[in-house]
Design a protein around this ligand. Sequence first.
Ligand code: 5GP
Length: 112
Amino acid sequence: MFIDTDIFARIVAGEIPCDKVFETARILAFRDIAPKAKTHIIIIPKENLVTAKEVTANNLELFGELFLVAKEIAEKENLKGYKLHMNVDEEGGQVVPHVHLHLLSRDFKSPL
Ligand code: 5GP
């Protein structure tokens, strides 16, 4: 079930602190507050898109940038292998109503 606030928009606005690991003009990445693996980083577009269902031919580059940033963070954190995971909509297990890619590596606790 979605929570009623876009917490990640509030993180982008600086209203809620985060452990930031990477930032570009359009993307922000920070450590998950309740990590499900030794490394668990959330990568988001700063734009307020709710789910990946909003991908269109017009914003493909933005969605692609999530993967590019994931690769760059993984290199920076010396991750040899990792999982990229995205929950899509409430029935897909998404809780925060803002598009985000999970980057997880090592000592995975459970499937998201
Ligand atoms: P979802 O289930 O929506 O795909 O994942 C949301 C993720 O955001 C969860 O792993 C949760 O621990 C994380 N999260 C929720 N609230 C916050 C927060 O305020 N700060 C950070 N850093 N992570 C959060």
